[in-house]
Design a protein around this ligand. Structure first.
Ligand code: RIB
Ligand code: CA
Length: 311
């Protein structure tokens, strides 16, 4: 059963791998891609999303620019991780395909209104500004969402941008609060699971060995992207965060998690953006999210290489 999805993204090398995986996989039908400000400013995320679609041989994909800043806070970007362009590593040509007219938030609203209920999955890979804005502007669309499968948050792994918070949630905690209170089924690919999706030399070599443009780009992106995490965590390689969202849609059995209550810290400067997951069930707060904590890393990378190899 093909799943219709909207990818909301702030490319970012790991977002780029997620988009390639989606465009290479018949299990998902990408209705459109909405760019959001996050890793780098909106102009660059909207450009990078198109660069990736063209690399996948899919200049037909509709790419929209969404919100250029969080709901309440000034934008915080992550050039220190992704480089100035957001896709540092290989030098890529500017995209030829156009950006769609219209705002990404309007595309999300119009698409959900037009599609039958429970048939569209939202796949946010960056700050949740576009999703929250769509829900606030058109509350009628919330019940039409089949599932929200997002990359964000952390419990055991705590923060990667502050000691308490993961980047996507930290950048726009108010937006995350709206999404986590929406009442729709949410599956959270937190750092707890993405930090187990680590590139290693053999795994990166497997992309290079594909001998394709896409395979080579993925290898060069990860070569660049992994230096931050290796320095910081002393880990073997870089966590491929965002592809976990798409891999879950294709092969959910690769992942393990727990259905728990998750609430977002929005008031404290010290812990802004923390995803407070009641992993041990110590409160009677209503459970609202499938919080992923483990994955079959070998199976994940086998799927990635096999699918990217199709492009
Ligand atoms: O914290 C990791 C997340 O922040 C990933 O989605 C990465 O692309 C950045 O957006
Ligand atoms: Ca991202």
């Amino acid at each position: 059963m093909t799943r219709k999805i909207i990818i909301d993204t702030d490319p970012g090398q790991d977002d780029a791998v997620a988009i390639l995986l989606a465009l290479a996989s018949p299990e998902v039908q990408v209705l459109g891609i909405t760019a959001v400000a996050g890793n780098v400013p909106l102009e660059l995320t909207a450009k990078n999303a198109r660069i990736v679609c063209e690399l996948a041989g899919r200049p037909d994909v509709k790419v929209f620019a969404g919100c250029d800043r969080p709901l309440r806070h000034a934008l915080v970007t992550a050039e220190h991780v992704h480089g100035k362009t957001g896709l540092d590593g290989p030098v890529m040509p500017d995209p030829m395909m156009p950006l769609q007219d219209g705002h990404g938030v309007d595309f999300i609203i119009e698409t959900l209104r037009a599609e039958p209920a429970d048939t569209v999955t939202l796949c946010p890979l960056g700050p949740l500004t576009n999703i929250a804005t769509a829900f606030e502007r058109a509350p009628d669309i919330v019940e039409k969402v089949q599932e929200i499968v997002l990359m964000g948050g952390a419990y055991f792994q705590v923060g990667n941008i502050t000691p308490a918070a993961e980047f996507n949630i930290y950048v726009d905690p108010e937006a995350a609060d709206i999404v986590f209170k929406s009442g729709r089924p949410i599956t959270v690919m937190s750092l707890d699971v993405t930090h187990k999706a680590l590139t290693t030399a053999p795994r990166v070599q497997a992309f290079r060995d594909l001998g394709t443009k896409a395979g080579t780009m993925v290898a060069e992106w990860t070569d660049f992207f992994e230096r931050f995490d290796k320095e910081k965590y002393g880990s073997a390689g870089a966590p491929l965060h965002d592809p976990c969202v798409i891999a879950y849609l294709i092969a959910p059995d690769l992942f393990k998690g727990r259905y728990v209550n998750v609430e977002i810290e929005t008031l404290s400067d010290l812990t802004r953006g923390m995803t407070v997951a009641d992993w041990w069930g110590v409160t009677n707060r209503p459970r609202n999210a499938m919080f992923m904590g483990d994955l079959d890393a070998e199976g994940f990378f086998e799927l990635l290489v096999q699918r990217i190899g199709r492009l």
